[in-house]
Design a protein around this ligand. Structure first.
Ligand code: SAH
Ligand code: F3S
Length: 435
């Protein structure tokens, strides 16, 4: 049986697709890169914004052309969870709709679909960690490791609590065991994943314990995590970050807005001032740390003055990078009921101004980095030229003139130029084998 999966959305979906491969690998499926000729085609979906869902609907129309008698087209992930069986009605050639807590049932659901029954499973299973299912990953120097599923926060714009269910953490020893295995296969960088990853708690251990334990695994030189929640950085956690050499000096810290009034309506649990305090505490504990963030513009009721507070936050927090989004109304979220939804032109104009502010800050910061030397990990071949793509600990991409066989190597690179976002560099020295 040939299995084709297409993945949309966040890193957790990438990790979930690896889990689905693991689940179906046990059943004898082989992975194919081309939907034509696949026996099972799955689309792992995102529901966070409407445009993500529209893309998937469009893509389903294309994929169904590859359907042959007996083959199965399934929608899995957050959009499957959000729409459930209604999706079977909406897209007539979809055979199967499976939410993130139901992947264990995929073999059975696929068999039913092959027998001609259109099925869905969108039940939440708060105990589900897929602990017995080894993910099938593309082996490489970097890997994602899910440490927490679901979310217990209730940000009013966000559909995730409804698509991924309640928060639950894996056990520290299970995570460490997985990382030991990854290190044994040559992975030296891991990124721990969770919706509010620094609220990790397995009943015995908190996120600080987890960072120390994973950072102590032999062969792990770099440890990252995404995404933390601003007010879940305890002093213990910051201390663990500062004293665990593998922890990289880059944090993706979603802020969403620079206006306290908007943050309150979003039900984010911090103010602008508190957020800036967290950034300052991390900067003083980890000198040279870089920050990226997520920002939403055009949230219901956002005034011009409130939007301008977001613009000034870009400079006050001095973000190195930001993912910027236009608010997208999600049925079933509390923000639907808020008054004063903005016109699309207003939100679009704000988004453009925000992108300009972010870009100019990023460009200025990156221009000042030219000439510096940084440790880089060579990740893969670049798309253009015969260059390799490497990443600094601060999460900057550097194009280097190195042979293809250097994937997984660490080097010291001198940054020689920047496009504003990525860098070109030259290898100054091979990096030491130890931290
Ligand atoms: N817990 C995750 C958030 C997952 S959603 C985290 O903290 O990183 C990823 C990002 O999508 C959010 O940070 C937010 O900026 C954006 N987002 C979520 N819901 C949205 C919506 N309804 N409209 C626009 N952007 C949204
Ligand atoms: Fe969404 Fe807020 Fe959780 S953004 S994933 S509800 S922390």
């Amino acid at each position: 049986m040939r299995l084709y999966i297409e993945t949309y959305g966040c890193q957790m979906n990438v990790a979930d697709s690896e889990l689905i491969f693991g689940m179906l690998d046990r059943e004898g499926y082989v992975r194919v890169e081309d939907p034509a000729g696949a026996d099972v085609m799955l689309v792992n979906t995102c529901a966070v914004r409407d445009n993500a869902e529209q893309r998937v609907i469009g893509r389903m129309g294309e994929l169904q052309r590859h359907k042959r008698p007996g083959s199965v087209l399934g929608v899995v992930g957050c959009m499957a969870q959000r729409l459930g069986p209604a999706l079977l009605q909406q897209v007539p050639r979809v055979d199967m709709v499976v939410g993130p807590d139901a992947y264990r049932n995929l073999p059975e659901l696929i068999r039913m679909a092959q027998a001609g029954e259109r099925t869905s499973d969108t039940e939440f299973r708060a105990w589900e960690h897929y602990e017995d299912v080894p993910p099938v990953r593309e082996s490489g120097p970097t890997a994602f490791v899910t440490v927490q599923r679901g979310c217990d926060y209730r940000c009013t714009f966000c559909i995730v609590p409804q698509t991924r269910g309640p928060e639950r953490s894996r056990r520290l020893q299970d995570i460490v065991r997985e990382v030991v295995e990854l290190a044994g296969q040559g992975t030296s960088e891991v990124t721990l994943l969770g919706q509010t990853v620094n609220s990790f708690h397995d009943g015995e251990h908190d996120f600080a314990d987890l960072l120390r334990a994973v950072g102590a695994v032999d062969g792990i030189r770099r440890l990252r995590f995404t995404s933390p929640y601003p007010t879940d950085f305890t002093p213990r956690c910051i201390e663990a970050m500062a004293t665990t050499p593998a922890v990289c000096g880059h944090v993706h810290l979603p802020v969403q807005s620079g206006s306290n009034a908007v943050l309150r309506r979003m039900l984010r649990r911090y103010t602008r001032e508190r957020y800036l305090e967290v950034v300052a505490a991390l900067r003083s504990a980890l000198p040279g740390i870089t920050f990226s963030t997520d920002i939403i513009v055009g949230f219901p009721g956002e005034t011009e003055a409130q939007f301008e507070e977001t613009l000034t936050l870009v400079n006050d927090a001095d973000f190195d990078d930001a993912y910027t989004f236009k608010y997208s109304v999600r049925q079933g979220t509390p923000a639907v009921r808020l008054g004063d939804h903005l016109a699309d032109e207003v939100a679009s104009a704000r988004l453009r101004r925000l992108i300009d502010a972010v870009r100019s800050n990023t460009r200025r910061k990156n221009a000042a980095r030219v000439g510096q030397c940084h440790e880089v990990l060579v990740e893969r071949a670049a798309k253009r030229g015969n260059l390799m793509l490497a990443r600094t600990r601060g999460n900057h991409l550097v194009l280097l003139d190195l042979p293809a066989g250097t994937v997984g190597e660490y080097h010291i690179a001198r940054l020689t130029g920047t496009t504003g976002s990525t860098f070109t560099g030259t290898v100054a020295a091979p990096a030491l084998a130890v931290l």
